[in-house]
Design a protein around this ligand. Structure first.
Ligand SMILES: [Mg+2]
Length: 444
């Protein structure tokens, strides 16, 4: 955080700022000597001898946090904050979350040595761990009870809730995200009100009004389609029911990869009649997404393709963008390993992003809001309104939408609710054993 008068750098001469386009993996110090206490993290550029850093600091202090002009190479920078250096003679701009979007360059300025703190010790995690089981209003992903492990750390609360079938390696990104939230905190926000969409699960068409009624005012709605055991007629009826209730809303569909390419083309050609904002993950593979996008485009069918599972479950989340497989990407904080890593992926993908959740409690939603608040552009309503799918939450101030948006604020777990919704001893043991295994992976 910015602290006026803080002696951040002193006695420094010369500043070198690289264009992001020309960023090498690592730039040695001017004198060619990389100080041993400063790890060489790929993508970071260390600035030494920086008399112009003082000017940057003055501007940052004057502006507080947020977007501001910095006349280096005609770029515009965002300063997240300036922190005291671990040694008194350095300042550094860390680039892994720096990106060019809409003509802006976003930089996070640090003067510390490591952008990511080390993983806390296991006993620290266990000391603040609570396992809960929350009843759902409607079946979602085939479940009616959502289990989650909540962690309390020095920076707040974090949520570790990979779905039970996920392996430990995949779950380790979720733990990294929970640790970021609870031990590091979030990047500075650029906005404080986050528009969200309503979600209609694969319910029968006649239940649509009842589901939508829970959300209050709705400007955007996501409708689940391609549910196993249902037909395209069911999807079309559900969408028609949504359009009837919400004649003006932006409607997006999510197939969760439930179609093959011919079925997706047939379905989206038919469903496009209701007016679709985009179709999320119509088919499971990246090549399939590219093919659906190509066929629909060639036919002039006005449906944008969004990639979701192909971003968060791939070992390489950027392959979608490189393959031209999507018009936009859905990003979820926990599966991507935290807010900062998600910011980095969006920046590198160079595609518009929709921030969504993974059926989290308010604690997990808080991290999603942090990402949505920190992105330079937010063209679509976010899929962060899922707390209303729960019967209850673990906070007395749930992060639910009010008038189509959620106001950015912290989520603090309530001791009484944690106790009320505590998981059974067997499930608690299962989650703690998982936490131990995944922590060992993450700390390795
Ligand atoms: Mg999805």
């Amino acid at each position: 955080m910015l602290v006026a008068g803080n002696p951040i750098v002193d006695g420094l001469q010369g500043l070198r700022v690289q264009s992001v386009d020309a960023l090498p993996a690592f730039v040695p110090d001017d004198d060619g000597a990389n100080l041993p206490q400063h790890p060489q993290v790929p993508g970071h550029v260390w600035l030494r001898h920086a008399k112009q850093v003082n000017e940057l600091i003055d501007r940052a202090l004057a502006a507080g946090q947020g977007v501001q002009d910095f006349p280096t190479a005609g770029l515009r920078h965002r300063v997240e904050g300036i922190r005291r250096c671990c040694c008194p003679c350095h300042a550094a701009i860390v680039y892994p979350y720096g990106y060019v979007l809409e003509g802006f360059v976003c930089h996070h300025l640090y003067s510390g040595s490591m952008p990511t703190p080390p993983v806390p010790a296991l006993n620290e995690l266990l000391a603040g761990a609570h396992v809960v089981s929350l009843p759902m209003r409607v079946k979602f992903r085939g479940i009616r009870e959502r289990e989650s492990l909540l962690l309390q750390g020095p920076a707040g609360w974090g949520e570790f809730c990979p779905f039970p079938e996920y392996g430990d390696a995949e779950a380790s990104r979720w733990l990294a995200s929970a640790v970021e939230a609870a031990w590091q905190g979030f990047p500075a926000p650029l906005r404080s009100v986050i528009p969200v969409n309503a979600t209609v699960p694969a319910v029968a068409a006649e239940r649509v009004p009842e589901v939508l009624a829970r959300f209050g005012r709705v400007d955007a709605v996501k409708v689940k389609v391609a549910e196993h055991g249902q037909t395209l007629d069911d999807d079309a009826a559900r969408l028609a029911a949504v359009r009837l209730v919400l004649p003006e809303a932006a409607i997006r569909v999510d197939a969760n990869g439930g179609w093959d390419v011919p079925a997706a083309v047939e379905a989206l050609t038919r469903l496009a009649d209701v007016g679709l904002e985009y179709a999320e993950q119509p088919v499971p593979t990246i090549d399939g997404l590219a093919e659906v996008r190509r066929v629909l485009g060639a036919a002039g069918t006005p449906v944008l393709i969004a990639a979701d599972e192909s971003v968060r479950k791939e070992s390489d989340p950027l392959r979608v963008a490189r393959a031209g497989a999507a018009d936009l990407i859905v990003v979820k904080v926990a599966p991507l390993g935290g807010v900062r890593r998600a910011l980095d992926i969006v920046a590198q993908a160079g595609l518009p992003a929709v921030v969504s959740s993974a059926l989290d409690t308010s604690v997990g939603i808080r991290a999603g809001l942090a990402l949505a608040a920190a992105l330079p552009g937010l063209p679509y309503a976010c899929g962060l309104g899922t707390v209303s799918l729960f019967d209850s939450d673990i906070t007395t101030d749930p992060l639910v939408a009010d008038d189509g948006a959620i106001r950015l604020r912290d989520a603090t777990a309530d001791a009484g609710l944690l106790e009320q919704y505590a998981a059974s001893p067997e499930r608690r043991d299962w989650w703690l054993a998982r936490l131990r295994r995944v922590h060992a992976l993450l700390a390795a």
